[in-house]
Design a protein around this ligand. Structure first.
Ligand code: NDP
Length: 244
């Protein structure tokens, strides 16, 4: 078995996931990414992983489809030889007035943000050895909801806090950690720093600026590395002090 560690980052075609994939490659880790639709951008992420001297792999897997998520884990292990780090990052932002939220949207959001995280953790843990890491991208909106229209999103991101505490207990005996990274406003296509809500979000941030995706990637890098070995069952907020 290769001694180079292997990571799987869900939703690695764009935004925060792409930045995480690139950072982990720079850290000397081979990286697989999943994507739903952005095949060209996923291929670009793989090019960047390869340019950093690591092996990369892009797997189309809709996180709303539990079987596809498990298949992506298995393909990562089959093609890259092992799995040490799972980063659950794929996500959507279903912001809508409460009265307009549909059952379909509830099911889809919970499937992507919660069910996919649980089934990916199950599948990944079967392959992980001591030192394995399960890192889930949550949101600071799980703890504090500053405006209307966010009930579904906040519920889905709060769920991974409990899920991660459970994983820490389920997997601690095997030396595998589980942690949530909770970003605040981060400059991506989901939440551009020049978007319609940006000035209001920025006003709440103690440090006065949006996260760059690399701010989240740096925290994931720390958690995936030796500094993260005794951090489990908890969440780390990276929001420039918006929740302070
Ligand atoms: P983007 O919209 O920029 O990127 C989303 C990524 O997730 C893309 O790679 C996309 O792939 C993938 N994705 C979306 N739906 C699915 C799906 N059904 N199956 C597989 N992949 C999917 O978002 P961000 O980078 O901003 O967000 C990443 C994570 O960070 C999310 O979990 C989000 O909730 C969280 N977050 C973001 C914040 C922000 O301000 N940006 C703040 C707090 C948390 P594709 O393009 O192929 O569809």
């Amino acid at each position: 078995m290769s001694t180079t560690r292997v990571a799987l980052v869900t939703g690695g075609s764009r935004g925060i996931g792409a930045a995480i994939a690139e950072q982990l490659a720079a850290d000397g880790i081979d990286v697989a990414v999943t994507y739903a639709r952005a095949s060209e951008q996923a291929a670009e992420t793989v090019r960047r992983i390869t340019a950093a001297g690591r092996r990369g792999l892009a797997v189309q897997a809709d996180s709303a489809d539990a079987e596809a998520v498990v298949a992506a884990v298995e393909r990562t292990v089959a093609e890259l030889g092992r799995l040490d780090i799972l980063v659950n990052n794929a996500g959507i932002f279903p912001m809508a007035p409460l009265d307009e939220v549909t059952v379909e949207e509830i099911d889809q959001t919970l499937a992507i943000h919660v069910r996919a995280v649980l089934v990916a953790a199950q599948a990944a843990a079967r392959h992980m050895t001591a030192g394995g890491r399960i890192i889930t991208i949550g949101s600071n909106l799980a703890e504090r909801v500053p405006s209307p229209g966010l009930s579904l999103y906040a519920a889905s991101k709060a769920a991974v806090l409990g899920l991660t505490r459970g994983l820490a207990r389920d997997l601690g005996e095997r030396g595998i950690t589980a942690v949530v990274v909770s970003p605040g406003s981060t400059d991506t296509e989901m939440n551009p720093a020049d978007g319609p809500h940006a000035d209001g979000e920025r006003a709440a941030i103690a440090l006065g600026r949006y996260n760059d995706p690399s701010d989240i990637a740096a925290t994931v890098s720390h958690l995936a590395g030796p500094g993260g070995r005794h951090i489990t069952g908890t969440a780390i907020t990276v929001d420039g002090g918006a929740s302070a």
